[in-house]
Write a protein that binds this ligand. Structure first.
Ligand SMILES: [Zn+2]
Length: 53
């Protein structure tokens, strides 16, 4: 049985994480709360989940 060596090493995301969430509806930008996914926040105007910028 082959032992999948070299797997699970594809995590090289060292770029800057998004610090702003944007409303997909009105484009409003809201400062991201660290550790809180944008999708769990809502636009105060549209009441829709935000997206990462
Ligand atoms: Zn909005």
């Amino acid at each position: 049985m082959p032992d999948g060596t070299g797997r699970g090493m594809g995590r090289q995301r060292r770029g800057n994480p998004p610090t702003t969430c944007v409303c997909p509806k009105c484009g409003k930008e809201i400062e991201k709360t660290l550790g809180v996914p944008c999708r769990s926040m809502k636009c105060p105007d549209c009441d829709v989940p935000l997206m990462g910028k």
